[in-house]
Design a protein around this ligand. Structure first.
Ligand SMILES: Nc1ncnc2c1ncn2[C@@H]1O[C@H](COP(=O)(O)OP(=O)(O)OP(=O)(O)O)[C@@H](O)[C@H]1O
Ligand SMILES: [Mg+2]
Length: 243
């Protein structure tokens, strides 16, 4: 059974409908990429899953429960973590305080401590800089902090919106390595990426959205090999995974 499933989801910002029937699913343990041109509705898909915007129709089921009509904090509490586009951190707070904010729904101090140890083991630099103000960290470090904050609730699944956006090539590599490392440790992941070819290379499956609708879907490998997908969304040349 899928961990997350969307069936024909429609959504709007106020009166403006953006999603016109998006369907996708993510199975436990999978990494799933969502790609598509600017304005396709990728971020909007994450926002409607998290309950931030107006849901007009369709079903959203996570871990056997409907998310439709649920509040964002309740959805977080069900084990769905979300890292929004654009390295959103509390810049006037320290790294440690940012991480504590991520666990604001958790009352058990022991659980908060062990979650923080887990985050520091995954991102040692956050541990080294735990007293530094988040706003003075580099772009890559802030992105890792945003991810670490989402991990503080020990989610079953993490949704990452453009984790590599604006990072230097070396940090992009590091970011993708971290996503693979988290996935290997069993974290189910759905990611939206401009860096579509890289995302498909590390993903089990992918979806291409366009104008608020599904356009293509398949395994990461099949999408990378699909000439139409390559021409339209991957800018021609891509490296095919070996093996
Ligand atoms: N707060 C908002 N109010 C009204 N319209 C919005 C809002 N946010 C996004 N939109 C519109 O919704 C559409 C889809 O936006 P969305 O952010 O989901 O695209 P995206 O696929 O994530 O694109 P990008 O690759 O640029 O991040 C766009 O036409 C955008 O202008
Ligand atoms: Mg977006």
């Amino acid at each position: 059974m899928a961990l997350l499933e969307l069936r024909e989801v429609a959504a709007a910002y106020g009166p403006i409908q953006i999603l016109h029937g998006v369907s996708l699913h993510v199975d436990p343990g999978e990494v799933v990429a969502v790609i598509g041109p600017n304005g396709a509705g990728k971020s909007t898909t994450f926002k409607v899953i998290m309950g931030f915007i107006t849901h007009l129709g369709g079903e959203i089921v996570f871990a056997g429960r409907t998310l439709v009509g649920q509040r964002p904090d309740r959805i977080l509490g069900l084990g769905l973590g979300y890292v929004p586009q654009g390295r959103v951190v509390f810049s006037q707070m320290t790294v440690r305080e940012n991480l504590e904010m991520g666990a604001y729904l958790e009352r058990d101090k022991g659980k908060i401590r062990s979650a923080m140890e887990y985050v520091f083991s995954l991102f040692p630099r956050l541990g080294e800089r735990s007293r530094q103000l988040a706003g003075s960290m580099s772009g890559g470090e802030q992105q890792m902090l945003a991810m670490g904050r989402a991990l503080m609730m020990r989610p079953k699944m993490l949704m990452l919106d453009e984790p590599s956006l604006g990072l230097s090539p070396r940090l992009v590599d590091e970011m993708f390595d971290k996503i693979v490392e988290m996935a290997r440790s069993g974290l189910t992941t759905m990611l939206v990426e401009q860096n579509a070819a890289r995302a498909l290379e590390i993903s089990d499956r992918g979806y291409v959205l366009e104008l608020g609708r599904n356009r293509f879907e398949g395994t990461g490998r099949d999408l990378l090999a699909n000439p139409e997908v390559r021409r339209l969304y991957l800018g021609g040349e891509v490296r095919l995974p070996r093996g």
